[in-house]
Design a protein around this ligand. Structure first.
Ligand code: NI
Length: 392
């Protein structure tokens, strides 16, 4: 791997930063200590620090060269998850019920490593904004930063992001032009029936039976109403109702998620969920409340920026280790909001440890420190290419 030598020299520091962050995880919009840590490091590197966007966001600004160059943004997410860690590592979470189970500790350490190198070398012409973004997990911190004026205060021509990806081998990158992560919506259904003794179902309107019919009927949305070439997911992930063996409850609550890539598909899924819910409930003499929430849009990479990102990744690991991905992931990412407003690229940094690979959002997951210098070198090369000295 041709990581940048000077960045390889930071490996021990980046590892120490990463493990410090890992031991002190903070969840959405509460990343105060994390933000303090990031701001202190940026300050040490001589980078201008701006704080307070989306409460705990930190933006580092570094200019070099003629003052006429372009501006780009590099983004790392800094939040942890509400998961109880089970790794038993010496630097495991010290906060009960919270854990860096998605590698955002590693993303933060890599972007700090790149910031330190770029502040030292300044071998570019233009402006880099380092975005340390809170609340990527479910809470849409990227959207809040935009709403609070991110691109007005820090104007950029392009924005780049990455995620470590345990199913790709360490020392490789996965990139894709077009959709790379799905849109993510949620829904909630409350089925209101009529409770009764479990032995006297004729006196009840059983919401458990209605909910069961709904789960099955929802399965026909993807299989029977969407074009088979449109990828989508409809999953019921929670059913709550009743409290014992012999009582039919009054109501049942169901929750679930949908994933898709195109607005037309999103509209159709929402409409069919609502129609099926109302009409199946009616057919059984029950009543249902339905709520649908549009959360993250699809993450879509424009072709030109995907090629730029792939070229920078190729400089670090060799083009043979940059894999153009055939398929997007059905997982979601709030980087989508940034890509709705500026061109850019979100790519996957291989993090796999072979047969031992544990995927993200698992209580036994740990970020692979072997890739810290690879990710930081990618960021540095991307800046040096996109803001090339003497370039147009
Ligand atoms: Ni993540």
């Amino acid at each position: 791997m041709a990581v940048i030598n000077r960045i390889a020299e930071f490996h021990d520091d980046m590892t120490a930063w990463r493990r410090h962050l890992h031991a002190h995880p903070e969840t959405a919009f509460e990343e105060h200590r994390t933000a303090d840590f990031v701001a202190a490091r940026l300050g040490e590197f001589g980078i201008e620090v701006h704080r307070g966007l989306a409460r705990t966001g930190v933006v580092g600004t570094l200019k070099a060269g003629s003052g006429r160059g372009r501006a780009i943004a590099l983004r790392a997410d800094i939040d942890a998850l509400p998961i109880a860690e089970e790794t038993g590592l010496p630097y495991r979470s010290t906060v009960p019920g919270k854990m860096h189970a998605c590698g955002h500790d590693g993303h933060t350490a890599m972007l700090l490593g790149a910031a330190r190198y770029l502040a030292e070398t300044r071998a570019f012409d233009g402006t880099v904004h380092f975005l340390f973004q809170p609340a990527e997990e479910n809470e849409g911190g990227a959207w809040v930063m935009i709403e609070e004026g991110l691109f007005d205060r820090f104007p950029v021509e392009a924005v780049y992001g990455l995620h470590n990806w345990p199913s790709l081998p360490a020392g490789t990158f996965g990139v894709r032009a077009g959709p790379v992560m799905a849109a993510f919506d949620t829904f909630e259904v409350r089925v209101h029936g009529k409770g009764a003794h479990g032995a006297m179902p004729h006196l009840a309107v059983d919401p458990v039976v209605v909910a069961s019919q709904l789960v099955n009927a929802y399965q026909t949305i993807v299989s029977r109403t969407l074009d088979p070439c449109d990828a989508a997911v409809v999953s019921v992930t929670l059913i709550q109702g009743g409290s014992t063996w012999n009582v039919i409850p009054d109501s049942v609550v169901m929750r679930g998620t949908t994933r898709h890539f195109r607005p037309e598909v999103q509209d159709r899924i929402e409409r069919r969920l609502e129609e099926i819910t109302a009409n199946v409930a009616l057919a059984f003499g029950a009543r249902a409340e339905f709520a649908y929430f549009r959360n993250y849009p699809a993450t879509v990479n424009p072709e030109a920026e995907a090629r730029a990102a792939a070229a920078a990744a190729g400089d670090v690991v060799g083009t043979a280790n940059v894999a153009w991905q055939e398929k997007p992931s059905m997982a979601a990412e709030d980087f989508a909001f940034l890509l709705q407003r500026r061109p850019g690229c979100y790519l996957w940094l291989g993090a796999g440890k072979g047969a031992d690979a544990v995927n993200v959002h698992n209580p036994r997951y740990d970020f692979n420190d072997d890739i810290l210098a690879v990710g930081a070198s990618y960021w540095a090369r991307l800046v040096e290419r996109e803001l090339a000295k003497g370039g147009g």
